[in-house]
Design a protein around this ligand. Structure first.
Ligand SMILES: Cc1cc2nc3c(=O)[nH]c(=O)nc-3n(C[C@H](O)[C@H](O)[C@H](O)COP(=O)(O)OP(=O)(O)OC[C@H]3O[C@@H](n4cnc5c(N)ncnc54)[C@H](O)[C@@H]3O)c2cc1C
Length: 380
């Protein structure tokens, strides 16, 4: 039985450890914190699964991985020991009159990108009557919007809880409180010594910064609220001149308001400015947020490569999966299949040429020479 070390029990690492255990690998999962991984980006995320709305700035690779992943999530969730809220009720885009220009630009860009991919049938421009049928509580304030069919969301907290339990049930060796200092070529060196494995897979997110040239962190802030007077049933994006804000419903009238997108790796508490912007946006969308209770504010760091695309970097008995940026939930299921494909091939570098997504792969040293630094694409 092959022995694999997965380093990082954030979003991707915990899902990967479970997948590999099911494929009969013997898995050791390293995490510097505990299995709740509250410091990971995945713990903070809104967990929208929105390949079409993201098309405004995301590449065709991310869009296609996202579309595939939407179909794959139910199978992943079915295997978990407790239920995780997941739905595909679509999402809505709306704008106040002063942001109409941003809205029209957004819609044009999404239409253009999806049109090229022959995917424009998922977009449904709405008047107030149609808005009324999707989200009755928004119809008074907004006369117009864009409904995007088939997009989804899940409850990331429930996913973290259920995967934690599954890791324990599958007898995956969890080396928590273990900060990995170095790894490569079938070895892992941590504050608890050095171990050898058949393959080592680095899923440290922004924690891999010193080992992946060009990897940067993008700060994101969100607010979690309980709003009994608001009844929204699907994610709603509100156009904003600085970043696309969203309000994502969770079971029990909880809502995640997010997210800022700031080119910074500062992980200190949410700023006054961001708090004002997020809460103002929520209140401007629905006055019922006035009496909501703030449960929590959260800050996370999205791990991003220069082109804002995910990569699987291939070395000798060593893989790095990183650059999931603002799309970790969106693309992880498809990426899990790709990593399983690499491990199942005769040698690690045999697989990429047969993959549907050859552009996902790069030899580890090649990333150093990639100077296509266009992360401005993230700005909407
Ligand atoms: C505010 C915000 C909103 C988001 N919203 C969405 C969304 O709606 N939809 C979507 O698809 N994505 C979203 N994302 C993005 C998503 O959360 C990330 O893409 C994803 O979490 C990245 O996964 P990862 O496993 O690579 O990194 P992480 O989830 O950050 O996990 C990395 C793990 O590695 C551990 N680690 C680091 N260094 C070490 C070390 N030296 N030794 C041992 N362990 C280590 C960390 O403790 C952590 O647990 C959002 C992110 C943020 C911040």
């Amino acid at each position: 039985m092959q022995q694999i070390a997965v380093v990082g029990a954030g979003l991707f690492g915990r899902l990967l450890a479970l997948r590999l255990a099911r494929l009969d690998y013997r898995v050791s999962l390293y995490e510097k914190d505990d299995l709740d991984a509250t410091g990971s980006a995945g713990y903070v995320a809104a967990a929208m699964l929105a390949p079409y709305a993201e098309a405004c700035t995301a590449s065709p690779l991310v869009i296609q991985l996202g579309i595939d992943s939407l179909e794959l999530w139910p199978g992943i969730l079915e295997d978990l020991p407790e239920p995780v809220f997941f739905q595909r009720q679509g999402s809505l885009i709306v704008a106040h009159s002063q942001d109409r220009g941003d809205y029209q630009n957004f819609v044009r860009r999404v239409q253009h990108k999806l049109g090229h991919m022959h995917l424009d049938n998922v977009l449904e421009p709405c008047d107030s009557r149609q808005l009324q049928s999707y989200e009755p509580e928004l119809a008074k304030r907004f006369q117009q919007g864009l409904f995007i069919k088939g997009e989804g969301q899940l409850d990331n907290r429930a996913l973290y809880r259920a995967t934690r339990q599954a890791l324990e049930l599958n007898q995956i060796e969890s080396l928590t409180g273990t900060r990995v200092e170095q790894m490569g070529d079938g070895y892992v060196a941590s504050n608890h010594g050095q171990q050898r494995y058949d393959t080592v897979i680095d899923c440290r997110g922004i924690g891999a910064k010193k080992d992946i040239p060009g990897l940067r962190g993008v700060r994101g802030e969100v607010i979690r609220m309980h709003a009994p007077e608001v009844n929204l049933t699907r994610p709603v994006r509100l156009m904003h001149p600085r970043y696309p804000l969203y309000i994502v419903p969770r079971p029990g009238r909880e809502y995640i308001i997010g997210a800022t997108e700031i080119e910074s790796e500062d992980t200190s508490n949410i700023s006054v400015r961001s708090t004002l912007e997020l809460l103002t946006a929520a209140y401007s969308l629905h006055s019922g947020f006035a009496e909501a209770r703030i449960l929590e504010t959260l800050v996370g760091t999205r791990p991003a490569l220069p082109d804002n695309e995910p990569r699987i970097l291939i070395g000798h008995r060593h893989l790095q999966v990183n650059g999931l940026y603002r799309h970790g939930y969106l693309v992880s299921p498809a990426l899990l299949n790709e990593v399983a494909g690499v491990l199942g091939a005769k040698s690690l570098d045999d697989y990429p040429s047969t993959s549907r997504f050859p552009e996902l792969f790069q030899p580890m040293e090649a990333i150093e020479n990639d100077n296509s630094c266009d992360h401005q694409r993230s700005a909407v």
